[in-house]
Design a binder for this molecule. Structure first.
Ligand code: ZN
Length: 575
């Protein structure tokens, strides 16, 4: 999207200290600056900014990055948006954006129609929406919540919205495309939502894209809820209701409470659970998880307590797990939903329930409402384990499931394919724990950019077993010159975990080693791990096989390679 040279130009013309200072107060501390971290709750400052290195790092929550990542994370915006803001600040001219296309124009018309419709419904609630106001009052929903969610009222009239928007020169066609009007068989158009309480749905950028309408009298036709149909600006199952209002609190509390519907969500926010969002469907979609993942990677599922609600919670929990979320499930009594529970038991009781929410495996194990046998429960969870891509996450979840059901990981995963994957997972974890020298090597590279090329000529990507260090090694080996501005490397890295780690390494001091020492250590470690594998393999093949002889030969080779190096350092790498 932007030229590297343009990005560099912007980076060189802004100072991270000035930029961060324009958002939060910084205090001079030693050679750098400190502040209370804007990304997690804390009482003593552990958020550090280095002018010299042009990076920030929080020792409390681990977040780190450069000036672009700070603006992105703080404002919750994309890289191009952050780039635009910083370019303006730096006085760097960016190339003109492409002129809006016909499709953009068409979408803009729908956004405008929805925004105007939301304002119309809001106004009707204040003026003629007496039934709706009574309904809200009876349920004890406060004025503040009504305002925060732009709750409105659609009049009991087939043409009210139509007439209003026609005066604002919005065409019938756009109104139909926005899902606000319908056309009947005779070709006449009429308002979709009538005599209903209106909940506007905002997308991640805060724009109204759809509406939900709830009946106000029990004898009304057309179902308890009517939702906008899918349109050019709204796809069902892709937005999270309440995310726009909850996003800062979700970030601060580092988790979201996920419920199912409008009234649960409104009740939760009204009771102080301002980090709640609603999926507006049964199970969570990947797109919704992706949206939420911008703010937190932990979810507490708070669905209805009946069988359908619990089953949806289990499904959503498993999807969230696949997407790398930490998942807990808060199980309500079988005859309750979050709204009714809050009305009957109060916020404190719910808070307690949320605090004690079990992990997904514990929830599934304890459940008796979903009507699943123990066997089925184990099968469902085992399938989920095998579908997790990340080795460490897979291992951790397998451990949780095994513990919840009181079985060993081995017996849990026993059987053909499962067994193989387990062995791999165990091996990978073994390597993960021994990544000390991989980390040291990356740190060394970052602090001695002039030696990187030479070092890379002696190492290979597959010497790095830990995927994080492997990714870092690859990025650095590909463009060693980028290390001249180490902070700019941070923009290259998509994974937040990897970025945070890189920030750590940048902040730390260099290890006192020479380049040949560094190379020797990483190579020795590779040789040691290969040796260990071979020894394992030797116990598995028959002694008179060709394979055995070959393995033995390779073992000797490796032992020799290890002997070549200084004994002392070899011992040091031995964990
Ligand atoms: Zn922090």
């Amino acid at each position: 999207m932007f030229d590297q040279s343009l990005i560099d130009q912007v980076r060189e013309n802004v100072d991270i200290v000035d930029v961060i200072q324009s958002y939060i107060p910084l205090k001079k501390a030693g050679s750098g600056f400190k502040a209370l971290c804007p990304f997690h709750e804390e009482d003593t400052p552990s958020f550090n900014v280095s002018r010299q290195k042009q990076i920030f790092k929080c020792f409390g929550c681990g977040k780190s990055g450069n000036v672009f990542t700070f603006v992105q994370e703080y404002e919750k915006i994309s890289f191009p948006e952050a780039m635009r803001r910083l370019a303006q600040r730096a006085g760097v001219r960016l190339p003109q954006q492409a002129p809006p296309s016909a499709a953009d124009h068409a979408r803009d018309a729908l956004f405008r129609a929805c925004e105007l419709a939301a304002a119309f419904y809001r106004k009707q609630l204040a003026t003629i929406g007496e039934t709706a106001r009574e309904y809200l009052e009876q349920r004890g929903i406060g004025e503040k919540t009504v305002e925060a969610f732009d709750i409105g009222y659609a009049p009991d009239d087939f043409q009210a919205l139509h007439n209003y928007l026609r005066e604002k020169s919005i065409s019938d066609n756009d109104l139909i495309r926005a899902g606000l009007l319908r056309r009947n068989e005779r070709g006449n158009v009429y308002d979709l939502l009538r005599h209903r309480l209106i909940f506007p749905i905002r997308n991640g950028n805060g724009r109204v894209v759809a509406f939900g309408g709830r009946v106000l009298s029990p004898d009304q036709q057309g179902g308890k809820y009517i939702n906008s149909p899918t349109s050019d600006i709204y796809t069902k199952g892709e937005e999270l209701y309440g995310l726009y209002q909850a996003r800062y609190d979700i970030g601060k509390r580092e988790h979201a409470v996920m419920c199912e519907g409008y009234t649960d969500l409104i009740r939760l926010h009204d009771s102080g659970f301002t980090h709640a969002v609603a999926s507006l469907g049964t199970a969570l979609t990947n797109r919704q998880l992706h949206l939420l993942g911008r703010y937190a990677k932990k979810i507490v599922l708070l669905y209805d307590g009946d069988r359908a609600g619990r089953t949806a919670a289990m499904k959503s929990g498993l999807s969230a797990l696949q997407q790398g979320f930490d998942v807990q499930v808060c199980a309500l009594p079988a005859d309750q939903d979050p709204d009714s529970y809050l009305v009957e038991q109060g916020a404190e009781a719910l808070q307690k329930l949320l605090d004690e929410a079990p992990s997904l495996p514990d929830f599934v194990n304890a459940d008796s409402v979903m009507d699943m046998s123990r066997r089925t429960k184990v099968d469902v969870l085992r399938d989920a384990i095998l579908r997790i891509d990340n080795a460490l996450a897979r291992e951790l979840f397998a451990g949780e499931v095994a513990q919840a059901f009181g079985v060993s990981v081995t017996s849990l995963l026993a059987g053909g394919l499962q067994r193989r994957r387990k062995n791999n997972a165990e091996r990978e974890q073994f390597f993960l724990a021994k990544n000390h020298w991989e980390q040291e090597c990356i740190r060394f590279m970052m602090q001695h950019p002039e030696l990187v090329e030479n070092l890379c000529s002696k190492l290979k990507t597959d010497y790095f077993f830990d995927e994080i260090y492997r990714e870092l090694y690859e990025v650095i080996a590909r463009q060693p010159e980028r290390l001249q501005h180490a902070s700019s490397l941070l923009s290259e890295i998509a994974s937040e975990d990897v970025r945070n780690l890189l920030g750590d390494l940048l902040m730390d001091e260099a290890p006192v080693l020479t380049e040949p020492e560094m190379v020797a250590l990483v190579r020795q470690r590779k040789a040691q791990l290969d040796l260990r594998r071979i020894e394992e393999a030797l116990t598995l093949v028959s002694q008179d096989s060709v394979e055995f002889t070959e393995l033995l030969r390779r073992k000797k080779e490796l032992q020799q390679e290890l002997h070549v190096h200084d004994r002392r350092k070899v011992t040091k790498t031995l964990f």
